[in-house]
Write a protein that binds this ligand. Structure first.
Ligand SMILES: [Zn+2]
Length: 208
């Protein structure tokens, strides 16, 4: 990528937008009203809007290494609370992806410095599901499955929050788990049974 071209690209992009709609930026400047919060990986191959075909203003986005929802991470928790309580999104998606470097790193035992406490949360996902994972002999399949289980556990972490539980009760907000297959470009809905998890979790984490 040639950084000198960035501003030229930007000019061309503005021109393209104005050709389709001459008040595009006036409208954009009025504010946002996204329906969806997307929590994905920082990986350069999984840009939220592009893989969904979404336009500016349609998706509120948070990305970090391995799409984690960690209760003591002020960053992700601020995003969730702002999106749910103020922007009033009705859907939250956790989107993982196959060939995720963060998940791969968590599968290996190595000292990665500041990344250790972050990756430990993925290692905890492995520990919770080790009976299933240890039965998978093929390392690639095990890796793919850990990506999926990590998405599931991050959805569970969302459902533990008061903001999500209240928004479900008040307006039927839903949490979805997806995986992007970088080998085919396909977006896969893991069809997480949100209501079942909510019901199970509320026995322990009921917050209102
Ligand atoms: Zn990743």
């Amino acid at each position: 990528m040639n950084l000198d071209r960035v501003f030229e690209n930007n000019k061309a992009w503005i021109k393209g937008k104005l050709e389709v709609q001459d008040d595009y930026f006036e409208e954009l400047g009025k504010g946002q009203n996204p329906e969806l919060l997307y929590i994905g990986c920082s990986d350069s191959r999984v840009t939220a809007e592009e893989l969904m075909g979404a336009q500016l203003g349609e998706v509120f986005v948070h990305r970090n290494i391995a799409n984690m929802v960690i209760s003591i991470d002020l960053n992700v928790m601020s995003v969730v609370n702002y999106a749910v309580d103020h922007l009033k999104v009705n859907h939250i998606v956790v989107c993982g992806h196959y060939a995720c470097g963060g998940v791969k790193a968590a599968m290996q035992s190595a000292d990665l410095g500041i990344l250790n406490p972050w990756l430990r949360n993925i290692r905890d996902v492995y520990r919770i599901h080790r009976n299933e994972l240890n039965q998978i002999a093929d390392e690639e399949k095990k890796y793919d499955r850990l990506v999926e289980l990590n998405v599931k556990e991050q959805c569970v972490n969302l459902i533990k929050t008061a903001a999500v539980q209240k928004a479900y009760r008040d307006r039927g907000l839903k949490v979805h788990g997806w995986v992007f297959d970088v080998h085919t470009g396909k977006l896969i809905d893991l069809k997480i049974d949100f209501e079942k998890y909510l019901h199970d979790i509320m026995e322990i984490y009921h917050l209102d």
